[in-house]
Ligand binder design. Structure first.
Ligand SMILES: Cc1ncc(COP(=O)(O)O)c(C=O)c1O
Length: 330
């Protein structure tokens, strides 16, 4: 029986790994889903925010009463808001105006100050959510910039967190790891830990069409311009964050938006797991990988499901609202 705990932060991590029976049958291999919606704010971002905040507190750079600031597609903001609320910090987050409305309302309910920025603004534009976050940090006394894109503790959080956890949960049987990437912190940190245990484990990044991550991984080139837009939050990026370690990744796969959304809906019908669009993208990457490597042995594939589907009820899972919301990469 679980013992009583002092606060919600003790429930971060140790999320379930669930067999995806339908995919196992269809693809004739072992496929598991990592259910990160079991974290207290219903996304894997609780792991990294908690880790970064604890490190900053221990180093004395984050002190009581300070304001935590970051640019986020919503989930990281919600984790900051939750942890700030529990620990007594203030929280300001910049989001793209394409973020799901439910996420923005939830952020406000948790006490965060939310600055909505135009999704179409290029990273260097003063109105972009990156530039606005930096401006707020400069102008706010006692601000702590969490900086999920470039904070090395983000990488370390997944290295020591999800990476170690998956290795132990699968008793070292994991052979393939699939996850959608935006900052790239998850694929890099988790992937680096798994490869440190077994270099043969394949690390596969699901990327959006038009994102800058895949060309950077394959050619080392940063295309500053996005080529396309995606309605999927947490898939694809318009900058190369330093937490993205391209050398850890074996393959970047461009996912199909519609198929990803359908995969997420099928996941609900087949397994009762309600997950966000980026989870459907990881499933699409798995299916494409299987088709492209028909002879490769997959002893155990783990597909990361970063958050909970309810966050997108008014967006992805409602076709009319989706058309209004579909816009930029996050
Ligand atoms: C729902 C969702 N999926 C996937 C990701 C991608 O994770 P990472 O930023 O670690 O690459 C994010 C991050 O923004 C996310 O919020």
């Amino acid at each position: 029986m679980n013992k009583p705990i002092n606060n919600l932060l003790k429930t971060i991590g140790n999320t379930p790994l669930v067999r995806l029976n339908t995919l196992c049958n269809v693809y004739n291999c072992e496929v598991y889903g990592k259910l990160e919606s079991f974290n207290p704010s219903m996304s894997m971002k609780d792991r990294i925010v908690n880790y970064i905040i604890e490190k900053a507190e221990n180093e004395g750079i984050l002190k009581p009463g300070m304001t935590i600031v970051d640019a986020t597609s919503g989930n990281t903001g919600l984790s900051i808001a939750l942890i700030a609320l529990i620990k007594g910090y203030k929280c300001i987050v910049t989001v793209k105006d394409s973020s799901a409305k439910a996420k923005i309302s939830q952020l406000q309910l948790y006490g965060a100050r939310v600055i909505k920025c135009p999704a179409k603004a290029k990273p260097e534009d003063p109105l972009s959510y990156y530039s606005m976050a930096k401006k707020i940090v400069d102008e706010t006394p006692d601000a702590f910039f969490l900086d999920q894109n470039h904070n090395d503790n983000h990488f370390k959080a997944h290295y020591h967190g999800m990476g170690k956890e998956l290795w132990e949960q699968t008793e070292g049987k994991i052979s393939h790891f699939f996850t959608s990437s935006s900052t790239g912190g998850t694929v890099s940190g988790t992937g680096a830990f798994l490869k440190s245990k077994n270099p043969n484990i394949k690390i596969i990044c699901a990327d959006a069409i038009g994102s800058v991550l895949k060309p950077f991984h394959e050619e080392g080139i940063y295309y500053g311009e996005l080529k396309k837009q995606t309605p999927l939050e947490g898939v694809g990026k318009d900058i190369i964050p330093s937490v993205f370690h391209a050398d850890v990744i074996d393959e970047c796969i461009e996912i199909d938006n519609e198929k990803s959304i359908q995969n997420a809906l099928d996941l609900l019908k087949d397994e009762g797991i309600f997950a966000g669009g980026s989870s459907g993208a990881a499933i699409d990457a798995f299916k494409q990988y299987r088709a492209n490597h028909p002879d490769e042995k997959i002893s155990m594939a783990v597909l990361n499901f970063p958050d909970y589907g309810i966050k997108y009820m008014g967006k992805l899972y409602n076709p009319k609202a989706e058309a209004e919301n579909a816009s930029d990469l996050v």
